[in-house]
Design a protein around this ligand. Structure first.
Ligand SMILES: [Zn+2]
Length: 251
């Protein structure tokens, strides 16, 4: 089994509504009940790759009819995983001896664009910089007691740079080839646009869109020439999916 190369997909995530990806373990100033996850050095909110990947996987499992009648998360047994595109792309638990090869998809943490950082600094310079506070009032339906909770949210129109890295292998095991399964990334993003990211989606939080999709690719030969190639040849041009398919057919 050999690595043929990597395909990279970059795109921009835009928050169409306030986004709450909670960091329940955080010690927060400002007395907010539900803080959002922030990167530790500069304190900006970000979108963890694990949140994006987990939500995409879950939506694809529902879409492909892989969720069982108990609604448990999907997990292939040893024998089934090879023929299951979702387990090949998103990975299997370490205790399953599935022979699917390495997890193909890696989702990087998505950090705010420079424009978004500037806007946050100008518009949200409050107790909690960069974010807004939304107070949610829920009524206990039995006792009628009101419960007020304050949620920190990434403001509407914030933008984040997303990066998906996908490994292409020549594994001939009877499963679907990696280049065919590459389509799962965009399918997952489309499903996510019609769902939500993070918490309180049923209350309108977490509507996101993905724009400006750009594919690039690097073959195993490109890695071999690293350190000898000039800087110009190291820059990668944007490619269509058809061009990527042709490129890997030649490898
Ligand atoms: Zn599976």
């Amino acid at each position: 089994m050999r690595l043929l190369g990597h395909v990279e997909l970059n795109c921009t995530l835009t928050c169409e509504t306030g986004l709450h990806i909670g960091d329940e373990g955080a010690l927060e100033i400002g007395g907010v009940d539900g803080p959002v996850v922030k990167e530790p050095t500069e304190g900006y909110p970000y979108v963890p790759g694990s949140s994006l990947k987990g939500k995409m996987r879950s939506l694809l499992e529902w879409h492909e009819g892989k969720v069982d009648s108990e609604g448990d998360t999907h997990e292939c047994g040893d024998a089934d995983a090879v023929s299951c595109p979702i387990c090949r792309v998103f990975g299997t638990p370490a205790d399953i001896d599935a022979n699917t090869g390495p997890t193909r998809l890696s989702v990087r943490d998505a950090f705010p664009t420079e424009e978004t950082k500037i806007r946050w600094e100008e518009e949200f310079d409050t107790v909690l910089p960069y974010t807004e506070i939304k107070t949610e009032n829920s009524i206990n339906r039995i006792t009628a007691a009101a419960n007020v909770r304050s949620n920190e949210r990434v403001p509407k129109d914030s933008e984040f740079d997303c990066e998906f890295v996908y490994g292409v292998y020549d594994l001939d095991d009877g499963g679907q080839p990696d280049l065919d399964n590459l389509a799962l990334i965009e399918q997952g993003l489309s499903l996510l646009e019609d769902s939500w990211l993070g918490g309180s989606g049923s209350r309108g939080y977490g509507s996101v869109t993905f724009d400006d999709l750009r594919y690039t690719a690097r073959t195993a030969d490109d890695y071999r020439s690293r350190g000898t190639a000039s800087d110009e040849t190291r820059d990668r041009d944007e490619m269509t999916l058809d061009e990527i398919r042709e490129l890997f057919e030649d490898v």
